[in-house]
Design a protein around this ligand. Structure first.
Ligand SMILES: [Zn+2]
Length: 394
């Protein structure tokens, strides 16, 4: 058991590390003032962090610098520790090494056969791929985070259900800890991405934040008061399974007319194919295989059916979002996955449809924007979960 003095030291250590992470390099005096710590305490904390190689001291151009007077400041050494982030999707795994600012590098991916490979085998392949990254990180490796495609157990060690992968109760943390010898933590993939946007994204401190991820399904994650929202046993927000169509299509969850049956990528691809024909590879439009971009480009060229299809998709998505807005009053909704790269006019349609559906005062308070963390959002998200153990619990 740590003594109360050790507890206080650890608290100060975490506060200094988080301040440097969030506010950049700064002079000791500014750090002390910001945290309400005495110069003596600050000297002790900084000495320990210098000793551990977690910070460096030197000229800084960060806040606190006066023009013409280079200032000496403390800086977080982001590369001093690393975590491995793993995103498990439907048939694809992406993983990479992330530093203390959750910047990903050496990101790699592999596919797996959803129908033919048991989840245990996929986890074993993740362990092999992660071992190669762990070898690069050496003793800088703090741990590994996994963004799972569904709810996790309260101890954050297992993925209890994934309706789109057909998985039930898959152990991730135990086998990964055995293989790598560092702590592992598992979280719901979209909640992990929401957390990463709050900690490391360009969201301007917007809170509450709702992250909606559209791929094979529609997932959501919420951050409230700077912390990922975990309610109840599994702590998930199943936005994709709100019913938006009466007597609609059957959904993987067993219900019908769920949001994800009329908004997720398989539906979008089907619409684009039905209205615009199969995609000619190396085709004329330059829109690649992205069904939202294909539909938007056809609508812009005056195709009335593509225009109507986009209005319908935006309307369904806005119906789901309006429920979230009315229940949670988010300041910011980020759309990720297929919508992260969607043309801006699609966002205008979603915003307009949301205004028509959400409660007046609440709809004025919410912004809808694209996710900010790029194509590695899942890797960064899982890394953010592992990094939170370091910045908040260590
Ligand atoms: Zn459903």
């Amino acid at each position: 058991m740590p003594t109360p003095v050790q507890d206080v030291r650890r608290l100060h250590r975490r506060l200094v590390l988080r301040t440097l992470r969030d506010h950049g390099p700064q002079p000791r005096a500014d750090l002390a003032r910001r945290l309400g710590l005495s110069p003596t305490t600050m000297t002790k904390v900084v000495a320990q962090l210098l000793d551990e190689g977690l910070v460096s001291e030197g000229a800084t151009d960060g806040p606190g610098t006066r023009v013409g007077r280079p200032s000496t400041g403390i800086r977080l050494r982001a590369g001093a520790r690393q975590v491995i982030g793993v995103q498990v999707g439907a048939g694809t795994v992406r993983l990479g090494l992330c530093d203390l600012k959750a910047r990903a590098r050496d990101v790699r991916s592999f596919g797996f056969d959803l129908a033919g490979e048991p989840p245990e085998q996929v986890v074993a392949r993740i362990a092999d791929a992660a071992a190669a990254l762990a070898g690069q990180a050496g003793d800088r490796l703090l741990g590994i985070g996994v963004a799972a495609p569904g709810p996790v157990d309260p101890g954050q060690r297992r993925n209890v259900l994934s309706v789109n992968l057909g998985w039930r109760d898959v152990a991730f943390a135990d086998p990964l800890e055995r293989a790598l010898g560092v702590p592992a933590v598992v979280d719901h993939n979209v909640r992990a991405m929401a957390l990463a946007e709050t900690r490391y994204g360009d969201t301007g401190g917007a809170d509450p934040l709702l992250y909606v991820y559209v791929r094979t399904g529609v997932g959501a994650g919420v951050v409230i008061g700077g912390q990922p929202f975990r309610s109840g046993t599994h702590g998930v927000t199943e936005l994709g399974h709100l019913k938006v169509v009466e007597r609609g299509r059957p959904c993987a969850c067993g219900s019908t007319g769920c949001l994800e049956t009329v908004v997720a990528e398989p539906y979008l691809a089907e619409q684009a194919r039905a209205l615009l024909g199969p995609l000619i590879t190396g085709g004329h439009s330059g829109d690649g295989a992205d069904p939202l971009a294909r539909l938007a480009s056809a609508a812009a060229e005056g195709d009335g059916r593509a225009d109507a299809a986009l209005d319908e998709v935006a309307g369904h998505l806005a119906t789901g979002l309006a429920s979230a807005v009315n229940l949670l009053n988010p300041a910011l909704i980020l759309l990720g996955g297929a919508f992260r790269t969607a043309p801006e006019p699609i966002f205008d349609r979603v915003r307009q449809a949301l205004r028509a559906r959400a409660f007046p005062v609440l709809r004025d308070a919410v912004q809808v924007r694209r996710a900010t963390l790029g194509p590695d959002a899942g890797v960064i998200g899982s890394a953010a979960v592992a990094l939170d153990r370091f910045f908040y619990d260590a």
